[in-house]
Design a protein around this ligand. Structure first.
Ligand code: C5P
Length: 202
């Protein structure tokens, strides 16, 4: 299908990534985790780069760099993501991905509202901060990060605030988004809800 786009937005650790990957696999669509763009820029800033220069020079292969999933890089990502010039520098890459033949799933914070307002399907995947912090804690602990539950909850809340309150492209559901609250859903149920919402619009 030419340019069939699924936009999946929501806060950190709500299950967007899991749902996006499963949906892409189910329909045979390409998947872009747009958080990786901001993380790749954030990581370069930690290494001393200028954020706008890093955003303008970003390459697809930078999204595969190691060390993008750390809490330190997540914080740096949410800081560079506040800058409207950084965001603007990353728009074309995302829109080109969305226009791929064969369909695309993009997940992030502003896909349905700013990047792909014409997306055929918009989902807003969310969950309570406590549930999200617990999931992220278990994920980080399982991958050997030495973090406490308190630190992870504080990190989730700080990023929520920064993402929701920034002037440019704040985190919010598009008016026509289907909201999926995963607080009390299993992964399978969340994925099934997303697939049903997409089937209804194909
Ligand atoms: O989704 P992830 O946690 O990897 O995103 C890292 C940070 O990148 C977010 O906290 C947010 O500030 C920023 N981001 C964004 N817009 C997107 C994706 C991510 O501002 N579309």
């Amino acid at each position: 299908e030419m340019g069939f786009t699924v936009a999946i937005d929501g806060p950190a650790a709500a299950g967007k990534g899991t749902v996006s990957k499963a949906v892409a696999a189910h329909f045979g669509f390409a998947h872009l985790d747009t958080g990786l763009l901001y993380r790749a820029v954030g990581r370069k800033v930690i290494e001393g780069a200028d954020r706008l220069a890093a955003a303008k020079a970003l390459l697809a292969e930078d999204l595969e760099a190691e060390g993008l999933r750390t809490p330190e890089v997540a914080q740096a990502a949410s800081q560079v993501a506040v800058d409207p010039e950084v965001r603007a520098a990353l728009v074309d890459f995302q829109r080109a991905f969305a226009a791929r033949a064969g369909g695309a799933v993009l997940d992030g914070r502003d896909i349905g509202t700013v990047i792909c307002p014409e997306a055929q399907v918009k989902l807003f995947v969310t969950a309570s901060p406590e549930v999200r912090a617990e999931r992220r804690y278990l994920e980080l602990a399982a991958t050997g990060h030495e973090v406490t539950r308190e630190e992870v909850l504080a990190d989730v809340i700080a990023r929520d605030e920064r993402d929701s309150e920034r002037a440019t492209a704040p985190l919010r559901p598009a008016e026509d988004a289907v909201v999926i609250d995963t607080s009390d859903l299993s992964i399978d149920d969340a994925v099934a809800a997303a697939i049903a919402a997409i089937e209804a619009r194909r």
